[in-house]
Design a protein around this ligand. Structure first.
Ligand code: SAM
Length: 275
């Protein structure tokens, strides 16, 4: 018998993965959580029926959400991750030798616990001496901290449920206050192909609040359409001017200095949408 998992994008589009085994299923207080062992992409974390990450291609998303902002800031010491319960972003952040402390605020403890059990390749840094894990709402945490972080990384679910507020103008205003005077942040901002209105709205809000907002992208096979966007808001440093040739030496599989520069280039149909 063949087992298939289908992620329904909308009424007219779905993506299907052949499943070797269902490893875990539960309803947490926040969301439906599953870990599937898929044939094409290996073990996959699925929240509310949406693929979050898969062991075969996760390096692309996690390297791009971590190293682009961390190599844009000349000396990131204090880093905040919001969401990211699988641990992949944390694993990349602790590679930076100058980072002294990484605080991760994840609303759902079960995502971390289940990732520790089934996704050790991603969750391997939760016990790193630089890491501090806080279980709580990232929106509340940001509102309660002022002038604290050099870099904030929003590694959230899609803008539904507890993540809705993470895509709001009010939250970006609160983030501005939470960052130090030369701080910057990055957020995953969905598919530029399917959600260009959302990306354009976010870039506009972030640009008005921070002064600088740059959209970049990467190709991630398990996300709808493949092309995925990130939006970086910065008080001072421009990622296009970052001296990436002098980036610290640590292993990556996707991110390189050339990729850092290239990821901000937009194809014509998006250049007309994003500034
Ligand atoms: N890479 C993924 C993607 O783009 O699909 C996101 C991965 S990570 C698993 C997303 C995490 O954000 C989830 O574990 C979810 O519980 C967490 N999350 C959602 N809203 C949150 C909030 N308001 N505060 C903190 N964490 C939140």
């Amino acid at each position: 018998m063949e087992l298939w998992y289908t992620e329904k994008q909308n009424d007219n589009l779905a993506l299907s993965y052949r499943v070797r085994e269902t490893l875990h299923v539960e309803q947490t207080p926040f969301q439906h959580l599953a870990v599937l062992d898929t044939i094409p992409f290996g073990r996959m974390l699925v929240l509310d029926g949406i693929v979050q990450t898969a062991v075969v291609d996760e390096f692309i998303y996690h390297e791009m959400i971590a190293h682009v902002p961390l190599n844009t800031h000349p000396a990131p010491r204090r880093v905040l991750i919001i969401g990211g319960g699988d641990g992949g972003t944390l694993r990349e952040v602790v590679k930076h030798p100058g980072v002294e402390k990484v605080t991760q605020v994840e609303i759902d403890a079960r995502v971390i616990e289940v990732s520790r059990q089934f996704l050790p390749e991603l969750s391997c840094s939760f016990d790193d001496p630089k890491a501090e894990v806080v279980i709580g709402d990232g929106i509340k945490y940001v509102a309660e901290h002022r002038d604290t972080f050099d870099v904030v990384i929003i590694d959230s679910t899609d803008p539904v449920g507890p993540a809705v507020g993470l895509f709001s103008r009010e939250f970006y205003t609160s983030l501005y206050a939470c960052l130090r005077e030369d701080g910057l942040f990055v957020a995953q901002t969905e598919s530029p192909y399917f959600h260009s209105d959302l990306v354009a709205r976010i870039q506009n809000d972030v640009g008005e609040i921070f002064g600088l907002a740059r959209v970049y992208w990467a190709c991630i096979p398990t996300y709808p359409g493949g092309m995925w966007s990130f939006t970086l808001g910065s008080k001072k440093y421009d990622p296009l001017d970052a001296p990436v040739e002098r980036m610290p030496a640590y292993p990556t599989r996707y991110y390189t200095p050339a990729v850092h520069r290239a990821c901000f280039a937009m194809p014509r149909f998006l250049e007309e949408r994003f500034k």
